[in-house]
Design a binder for this molecule. Structure first.
Ligand SMILES: C[S@@+](CC[C@H](N)C(=O)[O-])C[C@H]1O[C@@H](n2cnc3c(N)ncnc32)[C@H](O)[C@@H]1O
Length: 264
């Protein structure tokens, strides 16, 4: 009796996990595969998952515990590192740029830190209008200090050198490889000399078992992400570009990283 009850629990949990995986696959990699077969593949937005463009899906998924779980409960630690970096700066009369929205409370926390550090304005740029609208819904108390811009991180139309801090939170791993380099280059172009780029991303885990699991995750869900481990390691890319000094902190057995890159 106890055995069959246990079995039901195991089967139930496994089914839940499989269904969750299927849900995310369909709305991320699966959609990109289907899109790749159609003519829509050449648009600047064609790498963006439906999860980020459909307002109902955005609202359905943007639930802090789910988002924290996806980042193995390191979300808050990673955001805190960026917030602490902003807190050390004097951003009085300066502008802060957030290059692309993200789920969870990263944007409110970053905006609050920027405003407390004296920033006169925060510019939030995203290629998807619905993401900007969704972010606005979290930022009511900062209305008037924020400008929302529909812009492409890989070909920004904002004024070059506008920002003293630029935050890029888990964008790179979703971009095709040549666009990763463009996004980093554009991030630098948007910064004033001495400005800092705060970049949170996945990193090659030190623990072999975690590396294997992480590798499988990328292979199934986020095929553009694995290159961050080697050929498109952001610190190497920025160093090769020149004009940057980079500091990297890693988290959770090396599975995540926050890079603070200062533009010369
Ligand atoms: C930063 S990434 C994902 C972050 C992470 N997975 C999370 O939400 O916790 C998602 C955002 O990047 C935006 N995005 C994707 N490609 C972009 C691009 N080329 N330029 C600007 N925003 C982009 C999407 O519209 C979406 O708002």
């Amino acid at each position: 009796m106890t055995g069959s009850w246990m079995m039901n629990v195991v089967v139930g949990l496994f089914s839940l996990l499989a269904l969750t995986g299927l849900f995310f696959f369909v709305l991320t990699r699966g959609a990109l595969l289907v899109r790749g077969l159609s003519s829509a593949q050449n648009s600047a937005k064609s790498h963006v998952y439906p999860l980020y463009s459909n307002m109902r899906l955005i609202k359905l998924v943007d639930f802090q515990p789910v988002i924290a779980a996806i980042l193995l409960f390191q979300y808050s630690t990673l955001v805190s590192k960026i917030v602490a970096g902003l807190g050390e700066r004097n951003l009085k009369n300066k502008k802060v740029l957030v290059t692309s929205c993200a789920f969870g409370n990263v944007i409110p926390r970053v905006v609050e830190a920027a405003v407390q550090a004296g920033a006169e304005q925060v510019v939030i740029a995203d290629i998807i209008g619905n993401e900007l609208e969704h972010a606005r819904g979290k930022l009511g108390q900062f209305e008037g200090r924020i400008t929302y811009v529909e812009d492409n991180a890989t070909a920004m139309t904002c004024q070059p050198g506008l920002a003293d801090a630029n935050i890029m939170f888990f964008l790179l791993h979703e971009l095709p490889h040549p666009l990763k380099i463009k996004a980093l280059s554009e991030a630098g172009r948007m910064l004033a000399p001495g400005g800092k780029l705060y970049l949170a991303e996945f990193h090659r885990p030190e623990l072999p078992v975690l590396r294997l699991l992480s590798w499988a995750y990328f292979k199934v869900f986020e095929p553009f992400g694995l290159a961050l481990w080697d050929s498109h390691d952001p610190v190497n890319c920025l160093t090769e570009m020149g004009g940057w000094t980079c500091e990297r902190s890693t988290y959770f057995f090396g599975n995540f990283q926050v890079i603070t890159a200062t533009k010369h």
